[in-house]
Every structure is written in C-alpha cells, then in structure tokens.
Design a protein around this ligand. Structure first.
Ligand code: MN
Length: 742
C-alpha cells in the first residue's frame, strides 16, 4: 500500500526518471505475475509504451512524470482490488484518451473493443452541452451507465480516485476541498457499495484530513497517545478467548484493530461525545480458516465461545451470515461486556468472507463460481439499469437520488409472508409499497408495522414486518415525492403525476382547439408552440394543463393576429414574470474578506445553514441569483455543494475585522443548579462584554440544556468564550451548533 505513495520526488535527472519509471513498471508486472497467460506480457508492454509515450511531456502537480500515476492506479487495481490483466491494461491507458492525442480508435485497433469500451467509460465527458448540469454529475451518470455493462470501469475509477487522494497534498486548497468532497459524497459510498471496505475507509480518512484538518489531527494524536493502553486491553480481552478457541481445534486468527479516524469522528458528532467517551475505538476480529460448508456452524461456535466468556448486548447482534448485505458482506458482529466494564465489538468471519470484505466485487466473483449464490451485484446492477432507463430528471437530482437509493446503508424488512426486502436506510412505508409493486405503491394509504397502524410516511427500521394497506381510490400526489427515498418509488410517482397531468390537460387542449378554430386559426403544432412560448411555458402539455386548471384564461389571445391560419403574436406587450430585484441581491452590506490574490471588497452573504464567523475555515460559493455565499468547510451542505458544483467554488479567507459581529449559536449542557444561568450570563455579557441575542434554557432530570445565540467578532473570541464557559462549575459540554432550527 505505502510503496505506491512513497515514490521518490522529482528533481531527478532524465536518466534517473527513466529508471524510476521502469522500476515501477517491473513492480507492476511482479504483482501481476500469477495472473499472466501467454501473450499477456506483450500486451501489457504495449499498453505501457503507448501510455508512457502519450504522457511523456506531462507532469503531475507534484512535479513527477505523469506516467507514474497510471502505473500506480494499475498497481492499486491489482494489489488492493484484485483486478486482472485486461483491467491493468485499461488502468495504464485510463487517462490517455482524455488528456493526450491517443484516440479510442487507436486503442480499439491495438487492444480490441472490450478494452476500448472500458477506456471510453473512464474518459470524462468534457463538453457538457447543458450548462446547468454539473459536469461531475454528468460524468458520474456516464460511469454508471458503463458500470452496468462492465463493473471494471468503476473499480478502475476507484483505484484512480484513491491514488489521487493519496497524492492530494500537492494540489491547491480549493482543489483539495472539491476533490475531497466528491470523494466523501460519491466515491467512498460507492466503494462501500462495491464491498471495498478497506478502500472506503482510506478514502474517508484522506478526505477528512483535508476537509476537517483540525479534528483529523486531534483524533490521530489521541489515538497514538492511547495506543499502548489499548493494546494492553486488547491482549487482556483476547487471552481467555484464544485459549478456549485453541481447544476447539479450529484454525483461526484473532486480533484487535482500531476503527478509522473518520468513523470515530462520526460517532463523536452523532452522539455529541468527546473522544474519551467513544467506547468502540477498536474492534476485535476473529478470522476462521474453515471449509465453505462448515462456515456458518463455525462462526456460531466462535460466537458461543466468546459469549461464554463475556456477556453480549442483546440489541447489538448482527447476523450477516444468514442475510448477507447486498454488497456481499458476510460476518457475525456482536458487542460484549469486556474487562473493566467496557463494551467491545467482536466481528467473526471466515477467510473467504474476509477477502470479500476487503476486495469486494472482484473477490466475490472469484468465489461465485461453484456456489449457488446468484450474484447480488447482478441484482443491484439490474435495479440501477431500471432507474437509468427511465431517467429524465436532471443530473443533479439523479446524483442525489442515486446516492440515497443505491449508496445508503441498508435495512432489512419483511413482508407479511416473511420474505425479506432490502431497502436503503430512511425508507418509508411508501418506499416499501413501491418495492412490492408499483400498483401497491400508487394505492397505498397506510401500513401496519408489526401489526400497528402507521401513516405512509413512517420510517422503517431493520426487522420491521410491514403490511401495506391499499385503496382503489388512492392516487399519488406531489407530496409523495418528499416522502420516498428510493429511486424506483420516485420515478413511479413522477410517471403517475405526469399521467395525471396529461389527463387533466386533455380538457384544456379541447378548450384551446375551440378557441383557435373560432378565431380562424388552425389547431396545429406551429400555433400551439407560438402560444406556449408566448406564455413562457416549457411544453404544449403545460399549456393545456394551465388552461384546464384555469390558471390561464387566454384573454391575450384576442390581441393575436391571424394570417391565413397562422397565429401572429402581438408586438411588444408580453406578460412578464416579475423579478423582485431586492430578492436577487444580498441583503446585508459587505464585510471585508480577501479573495484569491486580490483584496477587493466583494459582496457576499453568510450561509444560513452553517453561520460562519471570521476565523472559521470557509469557502465561497457562487449561487445563481444570490451572488456569493460563504460556507464553513465543515458545513453539513458543503460536501454536496463542492461535489456537485466544484466549478462555482471560490477560495475565500477572512481578513481581520473587529468592527462587525456575527451571530452564532452555542449549546450548553450542564447540571441543573441554582444560579447556573446567572453564572453563564454574567460571564458572557458581564465579563466578556459579548452581546446575547437569544437564550433558552430547559431543565429535565437534573440536567439543563441551554441554547444561547451570541454576537461574536471572530473565531478567536468564540473559542475563548467556549473555553471559559467550559470551566464554569457544573458545565458538562459547550458546542457550537450549525443549523437554525436547533
Ligand atoms: Mn487518472
């Protein structure tokens, strides 16, 4: 893994560079050796030569010769994903068509259609026709289209992304933000979905390193500090189990491994706890080497040995042996009470399962032969294909829909007959109904979950048994689009709404036809188009619909001229959609920030979602109609914005300015004690002379929860306030909050 990252840096002379490149190429051949068949070596050599020649004048940002990148991508593919010879050829060529004079035809001539098709899939669409579509989303859609034909495209793409993330240091800050955001938004979930857990974890950690550098460093430091203590504990935990497992005669490995920085950070944020309070900083893993037919029995035997020693938490047993995840993941997870009263997660799997967990799709195929398991990936691809086929929404919607319905974690729910359905997390009863059948979905009026009646918007949880209640009178409405998360339900609802609209529009069409004929004009495409564009409606269907629901009375029609049977619009007067100029401009006056290299004053607004204040790590985002908005880089919306609209991001930093105050919120939790409010307000407005804008305190069960909104000048002042608040007696936590509604 690290050998790829540790490529010696530039300032080499030409001779040394050549040697380095050749060395990397030979290293690639070495790892590929077990897979080489006669003739392969020549093909690889040819691909290497073509790529090396095509990129020969190019350098990466770090200064090193470009060809080292495709070589590294190829090696990641072989070593970390388990790809073979043909994929390696594609990895070597992956950037040639996009960046050099090599054409797809050249590649097809040299290597045949199969390889040319994959390389085509890896080539970004550079000239997007629709300016509103995000290039990232369009390209992603393209990758997915190819994915369903040949998943190797996505696997190589992930290797490419991983290498780019590993070498992100030499990029500019805004590029780092954009690429890291795309990575957390799309590529990490995608690698998770492909079953590549190791790669997913590394991608997330690397992205966090750039998006939240401070938190990253802090957790890394604390992990290092507590390492020895942790190892001691792990040994103590493992010892008795190891002895007992030895007696079973199984061949096994047992070890503890730390959880990723990103997952620890997520836990801290989700539960609102400090590093010290995250109990599962590591997990124990038992890997059995056992024949396929004894796997299940063996894993449960291990489970029983562990739980004889330590008491398990009944809510935390995850049986992915009987119900593998749809990305192929199989294992048994349990959480037990270890020494010193600490909860410890234990994961039990076999060697085969472990390889699938690490190499995902590629390993899955290796084991698929000879087993009865029909590929889960095939099923997944089938679902994606279905959605891609009836897609007319724009690509950003698509990316979002794709993410929520195909990349999310999954839950298992049951039909009344006990069949399992897998749905993305946050699915509702209505999603379930559409998963059963689109008819059931369209007529859904409610559901019974575990025999209890719930509304269609009810969110499902793993293990729920769901019975859908339908009515022939029911039909989909606009609101339903906000209730569902699955792409299938969404597209079916949209279809139904369109159908409904078409029916309504029929009346309007008839009305229009009569009116036109009465004034001697023909009811034809030309005249209808003239009218639709006169009223600024996107299609004739919308025109008919507006007429039918009486939103349009056609009174302007009398001002039209009729020439022959053709309509002529009246000259200048047109109904205009009113623009409210006040709306288009930022409301507040500008404060000072520095932009790029210049120090011009620029008009901007502060994003409502994350309320940045001076000193925060921020980026500027150009939004249509609103000008420039400033977000914090750790804003909950940042990843989505940066990933989808990277081209609209501008580098932004704060200038010193003590004159302006910024509103920010603090959440304070502490012991409910007389005088605590006085202490807080005294510190804020008395000692620190900070203005309080609003304050609510709620006490329950001996604790109080306070929300305070204060005006501060910059992050320094805020940090000082937080630190001093924390030191007050009885105060447990003080956190800044991001969103308005809290
Ligand atoms: Mn590349």
């Amino acid at each position: 893994m690290d050998s790829v990252a540790a490529i010696p840096k530039y300032n080499l002379n030409e001779e040394q560079e050549k040697k380095l490149i050749l060395r990397e190429y030979r290293a690639l051949l070495r790892v590929l050796k077990p897979k080489l068949k006669p003739g392969d070596k020549e093909l690889l050599r040819r691909a290497f030569e073509i790529a090396a020649d095509a990129h020969k004048t190019m350098r990466r940002k770090s200064g090193e010769p470009y060809i080292l990148h495709p070589l590294a991508v190829a090696r990641i593919g072989v070593e970390e994903i388990g790809l073979g010879v043909r994929s390696t050829i594609c990895s070597l060529l992956h950037d040639t068509v996009e960046d050099t004079d090599v054409t797809l035809e050249d590649i097809e001539r040299e290597f045949g259609t199969e390889i040319a098709r994959i390389v085509d899939g890896l080539t970004k669409i550079s000239n997007i026709i629709d300016v509103n579509a995000s290039a990232q989303a369009e390209n992603f859609k393209k990758i997915l289209l190819t994915l369903t034909d040949d998943p190797r495209v996505i696997l190589i793409k992930l290797a490419d992304r991983l290498h780019n993330m590993r070498t992100l240091d030499s990029m500019k800050r805004e590029k780092q933000l954009k690429i890291s955001s795309e990575t957390v938004y799309v590529y990490a979930p995608l690698s998770h979905r492909m079953g590549l857990y190791t790669i997913k974890t590394e991608l997330e950690d690397l992205a966090m390193k750039y998006l939240e550098p401070e938190a990253y460093k802090e957790i890394a430091r604390k992990l290092a500090e507590t390492k020895r203590e942790r190892s001691r504990y792990i040994n103590e935990f493992i010892k008795p189990i190891k002895e007992k497992l030895d007696r079973t005669g199984y061949e096994f490995e047992i070890y503890g491994r730390p959880k990723s920085i990103h997952s620890i950070w997520n836990k801290m944020k989700k539960k609102g706890v400090a590093f010290e309070e995250v109990y599962d900083l590591f997990a124990i893993r038992v890997i059995l080497n056992i024949p396929l037919e004894q796997e299940k029995e063996g894993c449960w035997k291990v489970y029983s040995v562990i739980t004889d020693e330590y008491t398990p938490s009944p809510e935390r047993l995850r049986d992915w042996l009987s119900n593998p995840k749809s990305n192929g993941y199989e294992a048994l997870h349990t959480t037990v009470m270890g020494p010193q009263g600490k909860w410890v997660e234990v994961q039990v799997r076999t060697r085969r399962m472990n390889e699938i967990a690490e190499k995902g799709l590629a390993a899955h195929w290796k084991y698929k032969e000879g087993t009865a398991d029909e590929s889960r990936f095939d099923k997944w691809f089938q679902q994606i294909r279905e959605v891609l086929n009836n897609q007319d929404s724009d690509s950003i919607d698509f990316l979002h829909d794709f993410k929520t319905s195909f990349l999310a974690e999954e839950i298992y729910v049951y039909t009344p007959k006990g069949d399992v359905k897998m749905l993305p997390v946050d699915s509702t009863a209505l999603d379930f109904a559409f998963a059963i059948h689109s008819m059931v979905g369209s007529q859904c009026i409610g559901a019974k979950i575990n025999h209890k009646l719930v509304p269609i918007s009810h969110k499902l949880r793993s293990g729920d048994q769901v019975e859908i209640i339908t009515s022939a009178k029911q039909k989909p409405n606009e609101d339903w689009l906000n209730i569902v998360v699955t792409a299938k339900a969404k597209s079916k609802i949209k279809d139904a709404l369109k159908e409904e609209k078409r029916k309504v529009a029929d009346d309007g069409k008839y009305v229009l036809q009569r009116k036109l004929e009465n004034m001697g004009a023909a009811f034809n495409q030309h005249n209808v188009d003239i009218l639709a564009s006169f009223y600024k409606l996107p299609s004739p269907l919308d025109l008919y619909y507006q007429i039918s629901v009486k939103a349009l009375d056609l009174k302007e029609l009398s001002e039209f001229h009729v020439l022959g049977d053709k309509l002529e619009p009246p000259k200048p007067i047109r109904p205009e959609i009113k623009h409210d100029p006040a709306h288009a401009l930022p409301k507040k006056d500008a404060e000072l920030i520095i932009f790029g290299e210049s120090s011009d004053k620029i008009v901007y607004t502060l994003a409502n979602c994350c309320k940045p204040i001076p000193g925060d790590d921020v980026f500027g985002f150009v939004s249509t109609g609103k000008g420039l908005t400033i977000h914090r880089t750790n804003c909950p919306n940042a990843a989505r914005l940066l990933a989808n609209y990277g081209h609209r991001v501008v580098k932004t930093k704060w200038a010193k300015n003590k004159e302006i105050s910024f509103l920010t919120g603090l959440k304070i939790v502490g012991l409910d004690d007389v005088g605590v409010i006085h202490k807080i307000t005294n510190l804020i407005s008395g000692e620190m002379k900070i203005n309080i804008n609003a304050m609510t305190i709620e006490a329950r069960e001996g604790l109080f929860h306070g929300n305070i909104r204060v005006y501060v000048h910059d992050k320094e002042e805020l940090d000082e306030l937080v630190n001093r608040l924390k030191k007050l007696p009885g105060i447990e936590t003080v956190d800044r909050y991001d969103t308005e509604q809290q």
